[in-house]
Design a protein around this ligand. Structure first.
Ligand code: FMN
Length: 182
């Protein structure tokens, strides 16, 4: 796939199955994450790869957090299963660091670029993914159990695998709706 095709056709897929990224595909995904814009060269990123075998562990973390933080029954009952929606997840994090010139938001933006770059790198290799957040990205208990500080930002859970349904999403937006000229 060439770069323009990637940029114009990338899409998310929620229905993901095996195979997930193999070793060499994962290496490319990791390298893509580290190639994003980064004000001040702070490298404001941290990534946790959740392999097939570690998904139960993440599910336990989710479940325990949901119970501890008194989430509703639906959240608690789904918690253990959520990581099983793909063969692999990568958690993209922006670790909190004070900097006189690079505000927090810019550090988070860079980590968000990394999350997107990983999704693109997967798509370019005929895999797919979906970027998710929600309660488990905000939960202090989840952050604690992942070894993060409360001010660290979980920018996204990137679910990665092979789409189970081959469907090309239609183009939803036209440039003229969003681009004007000064
Ligand atoms: C920061 C961020 C968080 C998101 N969180 C969720 C989520 O929790 N659940 C979800 O279904 N989609 C979430 N999405 C949207 C999907 O990742 C995806 O972009 C959307 O389904 C549109 O699909 P497309 O990428 O093919 O256009 C999120 C997107 C972003 C950028």
């Amino acid at each position: 796939m060439d770069a323009i095709e990637l940029l114009l056709t990338r899409q998310s897929d929620s229905n993901l199955s095996f195979p997930g990224p193999n070793e060499s595909q994962l290496e490319i995904i990791k390298k893509a994450a580290l190639k994003v814009p980064d004000h001040g060269g702070l490298a404001p990123w941290k990534f946790i790869v959740v392999n097939e075998d570690a998904r139960d562990k993440l599910g336990e973390i989710y479940y325990n957090a949901a119970v501890e933080e008194q989430q509703n029954e639906r959240t608690v009952s789904r918690a253990k299963e959520l990581p099983h929606r793909a063969p692999m997840l990568i958690i993209a994090i922006s670790p909190h660091q004070e900097h006189p010139k690079v505000p927090r938001v810019e550090q988070i933006e860079s980590a968000a670029c990394a999350c997107f770059a990983m999704q693109q790198a997967a798509f370019a290799q005929h895999l797919s993914g979906v970027w998710r957040t929600g309660y488990f990205a905000q939960s202090p208990a989840v952050k604690r159990e992942l070894g993060l500080n409360e001010k660290d930002e979980i920018v996204g859970y990137l679910y990665l695998g092979t789409p189970t349904v081959q469907c090309t999403k239609p183009v939803r937006h036209e440039p003229n709706t969003f681009f004007t000229e000064l």
